[in-house]
Ligand binder design. Structure first.
Ligand code: FE2
Ligand code: FE2
Length: 261
């Protein structure tokens, strides 16, 4: 199933929230996104093997997958981009990923498949032309991956935030928006404390995010933050977050005594 997040004037943003959810056993629910502008398209965080076939069929209703311009990966995790080899086979698209991960990406593909088709995103980010518009690769390093980008669409004013803002939910919940921030923050906390690197990155990201005109923040797992007030609450929450290295203690580094069952 797909949801239209934005549609106006030859520009459309789509979310796919239920291609991987509870029905897929051990796999974490994840969202995938397609941005189309005047006959050109970018697939954002397309996921792994589980999503490929259904995503291919679903996006065909909106755009011919063979003509994809870009696959854009926020980072190199399997739930983000393990299907990249299949997308490269099925289309002429190029793949955008942090320069930190560009030489690791071919490990998801057959030999030679990525040749000349990877665009390494420099640490400082990149403006990527798409149709009559462009998408921006926004630095979000260490939130959570060492080389990590979010994708901002200045037309819809949507920030596709990758794992930042993620919550572990079902596909139907992920299709919605956050209505009670405080209740939702409790559900985000465990993931962010473990998967985000530290408050220094959180504060630097928050300062940058406030300079963008954001109408909606859409993470790769769980529901999105819709409207200026929710966006501001989310940015404020990230800014004060203690996570990752902030929380480490000597007790986390002890030689194990537990035997595998
Ligand atoms: Fe990740
Ligand atoms: Fe993820």
């Amino acid at each position: 199933m797909s949801r239209v997040l934005y549609e106006s004037n030859g520009h459309i943003c789509l979310a796919f929230t239920d291609l991987v959810d509870d029905a897929h056993g051990d796999a974490v629910q994840s969202n995938q996104f397609l941005v189309v502008d005047h006959g050109h398209a970018a697939l954002i965080d397309p996921g792994g093997q589980m999503t490929y076939s259904e995503l291919y069929m679903t996006i065909s209703r909106y755009f011919p997958p063979k003509q994809l311009d870009y696959v854009m990966a926020s980072h190199a995790d399997p739930d983000i981009v393990a299907s990249v080899g299949r997308w490269l086979t099925a289309s002429e698209s190029r793949v955008l990923i942090s320069e930190v991960w560009a030489r690791f990406l071919p490990h998801f593909c057959q030999v030679g498949k990525t040749s000349g088709r990877i665009v390494p995103i420099p640490d400082s980010g990149l403006i990527v032309p798409l149709g009559k518009s462009s998408l921006m690769a926004i630095p979000a390093h260490f939130l959570h991956s060492e080389g990590n980008f979010q994708f901002y669409d200045p037309v819809s004013k949507i920030l596709f935030s990758g794992d930042l803002g993620a919550s572990m939910t079902t596909g139907s919940e992920a299709d919605g928006v956050v209505t009670d921030f405080d209740t939702h923050a409790v559900r985000m906390l465990g993931f962010h404390r473990r998967y985000m690197s530290g408050n220094r990155a959180c504060r630097l990201w928050a300062a940058m995010a406030r300079t963008l005109d954001i109408a909606r923040i859409v993470p790769q797992h769980g529901p999105s933050f819709h409207g200026r007030e929710m966006v501001a609450r989310f940015i404020g929450w990230v800014e004060q977050l203690q996570c990752g290295l902030d929380l480490l203690e000597p007790s986390h580094y002890r030689v194990p005594t537990q035997v595998m069952g």
